[in-house]
Design a protein. Structure first.
Length: 154
């Protein structure tokens, strides 16, 4: 959308694409929140009730990247002053964490002292598809450069 406005109205619009966000005013709804606030709520409820365990779906193997909303705000201000390109900009920490490590971290921060049980009969969340590219980075660069030489005239 930003690119269309930029081209049509000569408006210096940019599009930052944030990763999973966390911070104040997050959605902690028991049925439609994202993984981080959902875990916080579940551990807090278990802590308050004195539960012996918290059950988490899957094996915890998917990777996710998280960014605090204050860092997103800082990144947006930085982008406004330093970027005028047409393409989307990924805004993230650049550090991925497994759901398992995230879960253990939230458990620690909340102070839940019960057991953590992984229900591997349940889905693990959105996977990485089990797909891997066939073209290595170097081969991709060689292929692109070859096409460039054949098709782009200076």
């Amino acid at each position: 959308m930003c690119q269309a406005y930029r081209l049509q109205f000569n408006w210096d619009a940019i599009s930052g694409m944030p990763m999973n966000l966390c911070g104040l005013n997050d959605n902690f709804h028991p049925e439609n929140s994202h993984v981080l606030p959902a875990l916080m709520r579940r551990f807090q409820e278990a802590k308050v009730k004195g539960a012996a365990e918290v059950v988490v779906w899957g094996k915890g193997s998917p990777l996710r990247e998280f960014l605090h909303v204050d860092d997103l705000a800082d990144a947006v201000i930085f982008l406004m002053g330093n970027y005028t390109g047409l393409g989307h900009v990924n805004v993230g920490s650049g550090k991925e964490v497994t759901i398992k490590d995230l879960t253990e971290l939230v458990k620690e921060v909340v102070g839940f002292e019960g057991a953590l049980v992984w229900d591997t009969s349940k889905p693990d969340g959105t996977p990485r598809l089990g797909w891997a590219p066939k073209v290595s980075l170097k081969d991709g660069i060689v292929d692109t450069y070859s096409w460039y030489l054949d098709n782009v005239k200076l």
